[in-house]
Design a protein around this ligand. Sequence first.
Ligand code: 13P
Length: 250
Amino acid sequence: MKQRLVIGNWKMNGSLADNILWATHFRHGLKSQTLQDVEVAVCPPFPYLQSIRSILPDIVQLGAQDVSSECIGAFTGEISVNMLKELQCRYVIVGHSERRARMGERDADIAEKFKLVSLAGLTPVLCVGETEQERAHGQTRSVISHQIQTVIDRCGAHALRNAVIAYEPVWAIGTGVSAELADIQSTHAVIRAQLSDNGLDADDVTLLYGGSLKPGNSEEIFSLPNVDGGLIGGASLKAADFLDICWAAQ
Ligand code: 13P
C-alpha cells in the first residue's frame, strides 16, 4: 500500500507556549502506539518552526505554510526556500486558498513558488479547489484543472513527481462541512486522470483531501481509493484530535 500522508496546517494560531505544549503532548501520544505506513507533518507559523522541530520526534516532519517566489534580496517580510531548508522543513504549502483569496496569489505566482520548492529538493504541497460560487456554476473541474495545468506548463510534469496535491474545496474549509465522499472521490479521479494525461503515474503524486477533515470523518475519507491522506486545519490544533486522525490513516 502507498504510504499515507497527514499534514497539519496550524495557520496563524497558537502562541509559543501553546505550540510547545501541543508538540509535547503529540510526542507523548505517539509513544503509546506505533504509526505504520503514515508520514505525519505539521506546519506551524514560521516563528515556531525551530522550537517545534526541537521537541517533535524525528518521525514527524516539518512543513511551512508558504514561501517567497524570490530566492534572496530586498523582499521585506518574505521567507526564502533556503531558509526553510535550513530549518529542516520537508514540505512547503503553496497556493493555499486563503493566500489566493486574501493575498491575491495567482496560478502563475504559485507555479513559481512550486518550482523553487521542488528545485530546492523540498516537497511542494499544491493546494487546489473551487469556491462556493465556482461550484454553483459547475466550474469545479475546470478551475482545478487550470490550477494544476499552470504548474505543469511552467514547471514541467516531471516537477510533480513526488509532489503533493491537496484538493481543498474552499467552501469546506473551516465550515465543519466536508465535501461528500462521492465528490471527493470523483474530483480526485479527475485530478489523477489529468496527471496521467501528462505522463505521470498514480504513484508519482500524493493526493490529499482537506476541508473540515476531523476525527469523526477521517476514517471514511481515508478509505476512498484515490485519497492518500489529508491536509488538516482546525482539527490539527488539538494534539489529541490530530493523533486520532493520524491513527485513522493507518
Ligand atoms: P479545516 O480543516 O479547518 O477545514 O482547514 C483545512 C485547510 O485549510 C488546511 O489547509
